[in-house]
Design a protein around this ligand. Structure first.
Ligand code: AHR
Length: 652
């Protein structure tokens, strides 16, 4: 027995050693290199990833969000069966001060049931975000806050129907309480419909108040309540991102100080959260709040990277994107102690024990275990004014004093160079900030001519997080130049810690930004070639980089390549990019790795007849996988406009 134990120990020691054996020349690179940037832009959250089907569920839409919007926007008053009544907005009896508006339904006369096949009453109808999508046999969870204002209970009908009024699902409730109470019902659809609506109908004479009228598919991602749209979330999970940055973007610092993203308004029961105008010109309900972001990260094995405002608003506040309005505004300095506490509290909320004040709130929400927050961003491409510098500095010092292990991410403006970029880096160098967030959107040629940008960076200063980047466009050429540029992240993975393409999601007909990674509507999803490039990198990461494995014409600026090894599996991964219109050869020399070469796989993304994906042709451009037997030294003919990933598996 003892002998067997020793043999086993020796065997596992050898195996561990074998896996950890890195050939000479391997450079340790960031294990967190590729992740996602999520911002509620282009209806990415409400009407997008957040699975709520009712639009304006809490009657908080306002003309300050969009001209013409009001608490009844996206609702329709209905009184079938020749019923008589009326509906009013009330701010006198909020469920919670953060959710001030509700509606009052007054049913005076309920019409003749017989004439209208049993449906008569007074109520409201909502067709969601451009129609609700239901599928036969699938379940939908309805909930609503109600409060009877008259003497008797009120019978209530919940109905999902098609545009012609055909019933797709029905449920009944009795609203009986004189205090606010949550009422719930489960409905099962009997037919498919892409343009359904929800009707809620009071069927007796009387008066009642309603708020938070909500409908979710039962099938959300991982079946979470208050969850995410399963198909979109799965597409993101399939990328295997190492981290998710949230909630933005300019959404973080907001349009004026009153519009900054305050994380505490986005946790706790959804009816107690504070929605607000989205800087991108619509309403953010905060239903997808910090708890849901952290939970999603955990569900997909990604590190959470929250970004908080640096107590200043967007420099374009009051204007449009990058065209200055009233300009950056700062929180008054005497409000800073409270604001700093808000930042510190986030760390306790994420990581603190259940008996700490904020850890207890996380536990109460259903997550007693810590979320293991490691990175925290402060500021988003802010203008480097004295006000910003002062506030960032005190936030940075306070966080580091209390939580020295948290890696703080500073910011360096919206461009790859210029005044804010220089000043942002100077400040971060001066404070010795862990990581600096860079942002830039450029034409494809810029990416090709700047492929070696990070080779020239100082190796001993703060690390780089390229938090937002994209070449302007979603054609194969854009994706391929991004791939070429990304090989530079791997080559410089000693100082480039993280990178995330932006923006992530864009809803058809509701976009504020036109180069995006994934387009969608209520039914369809269109991953762009840029999505596939990101996915090919994310699913093929390594933690060691090797120079000199792939030989190519160094004077050809359309070619790029990188070689990494995943020390956990021992797999060697080659990435080869050809952004030209001709086949170009690269020579691969694997002799330094002790690999069984029989088991390799090529994933190839290349331009064919078509150069983009559309709603009509979703799969024009998709990567293909091909089995491959590599030689120790071989020539690879990289096809025109292509990214090739060759994964050579370590079978030993
Ligand atoms: O990604 C879109 C926007 O671009 C972000 O909100 C902002 O940070 C950047 O300017």
């Amino acid at each position: 027995m003892k002998k067997l134990l020793i043999v086993l120990l020796v065997y596992s020691f050898c195996k561990l050693n074998l896996i950890a054996q890195i050939p000479e020349g391997g450079k340790k690179i960031s294990p967190d290199l590729f992740g996602l940037f999520f911002e509620d832009i282009n209806y990415a959250a409400d009407g997008g990833l957040y699975a709520e089907m009712v639009q304006n569920r809490s009657f908080e839409y306002a003309p300050t969000e969009q001209p013409g919007w009001n608490p009844f926007s996206f609702w329709q008053y209905v009184s079938p069966g020749y019923s008589i009544g009326h509906v009013n907005v009330s701010t006198n009896m909020p469920i919670h001060p953060n959710n001030p508006t509700c509606v009052v339904l007054d049913v005076e006369v309920v019409g003749d049931y017989e004439q209208v096949k049993g449906v008569a009453g007074v109520g409201l109808q909502n067709s969601g975000f451009d129609g609700m999508v239901v599928r036969a046999g699938e379940g939908y969870n309805f909930s609503m806050f109600g409060k009877v204002l008259s003497s008797k209970p009120i019978d209530f009908l919940i109905r999902i129907q098609d545009p012609g009024g055909k019933v797709l699902a029905d449920a009944s409730l009795i609203i009986s309480d004189n205090e606010w109470k949550k009422y719930e019902a489960n409905l099962t659809a009997t037919a498919d419909c892409d343009s359904a609506s929800l009707m809620v109908l009071a069927k007796n004479k009387g008066e009642l108040a309603l708020d938070m009228i909500s409908l979710f598919p039962e099938n959300t991602f991982k079946n979470c309540s208050n969850g995410l749209r399963a198909d979109l979330a799965q597409l993101l999970a399939d990328m295997q991102p190492r981290f998710v940055r949230f909630p933005g973007g300019c959404l973080v610092h907001g349009d004026g100080t009153g519009n900054m993203y305050r994380w505490k308004n986005t946790i706790g029961p959804v009816e107690q959260r504070k929605g607000q105008r989205n800087i991108w010109g619509y309403h953010q309900s905060a239903g997808l709040g910090f708890y849901e972001y952290f939970q999603f990260c955990e569900d997909i094995g990604a590190k959470p990277v929250p970004v908080l405002p640096a107590a200043v608003s967007c420099q374009n506040s009051g204007g449009t994107w990058r065209i200055g309005g009233t300009g950056q505004k700062a929180l008054p300095i005497d409000e800073m102690p409270e604001y700093i506490q808000e930042v510190i509290d986030l760390i306790e909320w994420a990581n603190g024990p259940v008996d700490s004040e904020w850890g207890a709130k996380r536990a109460a929400a259903g997550h007693p275990e810590p979320f293991n927050l490691e990175y925290l961003g402060v500021g988003n491409e802010d203008k480097m004014t004295p006000e910003f510098i002062e506030r960032f500095t005190i936030i940075y010092k306070a966080v580091k004093e209390k939580y020295p292990d948290i890696k703080l991410i500073g910011t360096s403006g919206p461009f790859p160079d210029g005044e804010d970029f220089e000043k942002g880096w100077d400040l971060c160098n001066h404070l010795n900030v862990d990581v600096v967030d860079e942002h830039y959107y450029k034409g494809p040629e810029w990416f090709l001519s700047n492929m070696y940008r990070y080779d020239k960076y100082e190796r001993n200063g703060p690390k780089v997080y390229l938090g937002e980047y994209a070449s302007w466009g979603n054609k194969v050429y854009n994706a391929i130049v991004e791939a070429a540029y990304m090989t530079g992240f791997e080559r410089n993975g000693d100082i480039v810690k993280m990178a995330s393409y932006a923006p992530l999601l864009a809803k058809k007909g509701f976009t504020q930004w036109n180069t995006d990674m994934i387009f969608f509507d209520n039914v369809n999803i269109v991953p762009t070639p840029n999505y596939y490039v990101q996915k090919m990198f994310m699913t093929n990461t390594g933690d060691y980089y090797f120079d000199g494995v792939i030989e190519k014409d160094e004077s050809d600026s359309t070619l790029a390549a990188s070689c990494v090894m995943d020390s956990k599996t021992g797999d060697v991964i080659l990435k080869m990019v050809n952004a030209s219109d001709e086949i170009k050869n690269m020579t691969i020399d694997l002799s330094r790795f002790s690999l069984t070469l029989s088991d390799a796989e090529i994933t190839l993304l290349a331009e064919d007849a078509d150069d983009e994906n559309t709603f009509d042709y979703v799969d024009n451009v998709v990567p293909v996988k091909i089995g491959f037997q590599a030689d120790e030294i071989f020539i690879y003919p990289a096809g025109p406009m292509s990214l090739t990933v060759i994964r050579i598996k370590n079978n030993r």
